[in-house]
Design a protein around this ligand. Sequence first.
Ligand SMILES: C[S@@+](CC[C@H](N)C(=O)[O-])C[C@H]1O[C@@H](n2cnc3c(N)ncnc32)[C@H](O)[C@@H]1O
Length: 218
Amino acid sequence: MEHAPTGGPPQAAPPQPAPPEVALIETNGEVTLSIGGEQAMQAWERDLMWASADMLCRHGQDFYEVGLGLGLSALRIAEHPATRRHTVLELFDEVEELFRSQHPELPPTLGIERGDFFRRIHELPSESIDGMFFDPALDMDVWKDAELWSRSMAEVVRVLRPGGVFIPFFSTKPELRWQYVDHFRTITVERHTYQAYDTTEYTYGTSGNAYIQCFHKD
Ligand SMILES: C[S@@+](CC[C@H](N)C(=O)[O-])C[C@H]1O[C@@H](n2cnc3c(N)ncnc32)[C@H](O)[C@@H]1O
């Protein structure tokens, strides 16, 4: 918790932006997590989330994840026999509340913490995790901020143990993401196929190849 500076009157906290509306929308068998009116996550991604989770769990026992969403990857990682501890970072209370209402019984290996990745990464202890699964839904201006990525990915490498891995959410283009690539020497890629919903807005096309990229810390 932050404290007001001593020696003066208590300072008013800066106004916080209103939290976006979070809703679980189920129509015609399609499941969408909507955040602020945008498609943040859809249930058709399940097999890709599970494949990413299984890849992560081949690299150790203590894991960290950014972005809870529907919790598909979080539950898969937490329930994997290899997992000792899995911590998930989520930005919004409402997403966690929705997840907990859908899953009242959580595996004992799973912890959920609140925060923004770009702040929290600086607080995590060095060489404390074997792998990070990275699946936040970010605004385009954040994706374009080269300086932010350079700083944040250096921190990801610091937090990983030697031999640890960083796995971002799949790409539907066969391209290594510039945000991560300069920070790792060894990268493995697994190709899968995917079939999204006709209504999916956030993929290039609604079917085809999806590439799961695994960045290894030497
Ligand atoms: C695509 S969803 C995650 C889907 C998840 N992998 C699953 O299997 O359901 C993205 C999540 O990241 C969260 N998020 C967005 N920006 C974030 C940030 N800067 N730090 C932490 N979480 C963030 C969103 O609120 C949302 O819950």
